[in-house]
Design a protein around this ligand. Sequence first.
Ligand SMILES: Nc1ncnc2c1ncn2[C@@H]1O[C@H](COP(=O)(O)OP(=O)(O)OP(=O)(O)O)[C@@H](O)[C@H]1O
Ligand SMILES: [Mg+2]
Length: 282
Amino acid sequence: MVHTVGRGGIWEKVPRCFPTMPHDPDPPPAKKFKPGSVFFRLEKNKPGMLLPRKGNVTTPIDVQRKQLPIYQAKPRLLNELRRLHNAIVIGETGSGKTTQIPQYLFEAGIGRQGLIAITQPRRVAAISLAGRVAEEKRTQLGKLVGYTVRFEDVTSPETKLKFMTDGMLLREAIGDPLLLRYTVVILDEAHERTVHTDVLFGVVKTAQRRRRELNKIPLKVIVMSATMDVDLFSEYFNKSPVLYLEGRQHPIQIYYTKQPQSDYLQAALVSVFQIHQVVFDI
Ligand SMILES: Nc1ncnc2c1ncn2[C@@H]1O[C@H](COP(=O)(O)OP(=O)(O)OP(=O)(O)O)[C@@H](O)[C@H]1O
Ligand SMILES: [Mg+2]
């Protein structure tokens, strides 16, 4: 798909990501774009991974992990998550919730008796995040870190961190309503409220209660989102505490389009290309 925009583009201003960006009130027209060819390469052995082209990579992955806003909160977060059976975690997008919290739990030995499941509403997110976390743990995808989406199961007996779609965990719950393989279930992107997610909330809550009644290994349930009605979720999960993570990885400014946009996908694509063109032209 090729998108071009005329001079001026659709935005009032192009977001100024870097302080050195020239003060041009109108963004230049976006160049024609060949998908997959410009700034990124597809990693064949790691499905879903879009890695920056060689040459753009400067920061080692361990350092990248430590630069995430969540890293500052790690000791306090782990203290809380160790003792709580239910928790709601809220943090800015990109702060490191999805990629870091499962690793922190695993590294701290929390939930080691079973698997840590991290659910995603979309399969592409489950695949991509598993790839990223496997890379951060320097392990082959499908070993310590794996994923399960419909028609694809990249896990093994070694797998401890399992990214999966809501639908797949729901399917597993049909055969095992107590979810006994899992010691921690992280319900990510909870604000999206898909049918699967909503049903899953009920399933994990019941599994947690039944396991307590039957004296089985407890199930920890963590609900995560960048933005959601926390009171509603907290109330539902036995008045669970809400942990707020502070900090953003990048400065964020909001700009408004001159005209209403009927096609959000195209508008988003055009903006991405405009931003990249401005950033890489300077
Ligand atoms: N698939 C990926 N490939 C490369 N880098 C990634 C990938 N996924 C995440 N990252 C990096 O890890 C950082 C933290 O991402 P993470 O998904 O953990 O944030 P988050 O707090 O869950 O955000 P959100 O609320 O948007 O889900 C990102 O800012 C990005 O730098
Ligand atoms: Mg996330």
